[in-house]
Design a protein around this ligand. Sequence first.
Ligand SMILES: [Zn+2]
Ligand SMILES: [Zn+2]
Length: 173
Amino acid sequence: MKVRLEDIPPEGLEVSFTDSHLGPKDLGAQVIEVLEPPRAELRLELHGDMVGVRGGYSARLLLACSRCLEPMELAMQGPLKVVFQPQPQALGGEEVELADDDLEVSFYSGEEVDLSFCLHDEIALALPMAPLCRPDCPGICPVCGKSLRDGPCGCQAKKTDPRWAKLAKLDLK
Ligand SMILES: [Zn+2]
Ligand SMILES: [Zn+2]
């Protein structure tokens, strides 16, 4: 979703859109499926050559739990607040200092702002790096690889197997 600056009237512009073309891997390696595509409802205001964007977004994704690898649903919702500035001219490699650290600043080039890009960015940042299906997810069994989420796998019982007992004794030496 791109909006041309000339299409933003002085009183501001309400924009809502859904990014339905995004695949799971566009959002993050931990995403298995997009259950409800990212959607944003935004208000754009023109301030000179800057565009203020504020509103909110939502999405519903299926992620893989980082411990047991079982699928888990994540409903995402949050505010979206960005200020677009014109792409700065090359300044001989100097960093452009931004006064307000809390303000998210994006750059546009040409005469339009890319709202899909900032929605995509916001979701990628908000996604948990190591999602957990529940805070105390026990993960998978290191022996058989089965998910322990729904109970023990049986490897615990095998520990009393005499062959394992012998190995255990060897370990104690
Ligand atoms: Zn899990
Ligand atoms: Zn096991």
